[in-house]
Design a protein around this ligand. Structure first.
Ligand SMILES: [Cu+2]
Length: 148
């Protein structure tokens, strides 16, 4: 009887130890911070927003879509060098956010693009953007319009 109890206790302790080792939460764990964008002086022009996406979880995730009511179209973009000229392109598959890693959207790199703004974006304005992740689902963030 004592031996059985010992074995059961040992198994319980091992299980406890194992679960304590897995510090990262199961699945993806997405955090978005530092959301901002530059002012855009022209109505019917374009704008962009930038932010940092961190994944502290144990599984990759993917930003697959962004929507906002400030423009007709919202797309996930990236930049590339083409014949010495920086050009942007639509990243249709979205951005993979690796487990334990991060992806930074910034000027000259990845950005959420607002195409065909309904009104100009001015300093101090806040733009609401809804982000959609493949596994973590939808998340609403506020983009602060400022110069830098
Ligand atoms: Cu763009």
């Amino acid at each position: 009887m004592k031996k059985v109890l010992f074995v059961v206790l040992s198994i319980a302790l091992i299980a406890l130890g194992l679960s304590a080792c897995q510090s990262a939460p199961e699945g993806p764990q997405i955090e978005v911070s530092g959301v901002w964008g530059r002012p855009s002086p022209m109505t019917a022009g374009n704008g962009a927003t930038y932010f940092l996406i961190e994944n502290t979880g144990s599984e990759d995730d993917r930003l697959i879509n962004a929507t906002s009511n400030v423009s007709e179209v919202v797309e996930l973009h990236d930049m590339t060098m083409d014949d010495g000229v920086m050009k942007m392109f639509h990243v249709e598959e979205g951005y993979v956010i690796p487990a334990g890693g991060s992806v930074e959207l910034k000027p000259g790199g990845k950005h959420v693009m607002f195409i065909g703004l309904f009104e100009k974006l001015e300093v101090g304005q806040v733009v609401t953007v809804e982000l959609e992740f493949e596994k973590s689902g939808k998340m609403t963030v506020e983009s602060e319009i400022r110069e830098e």
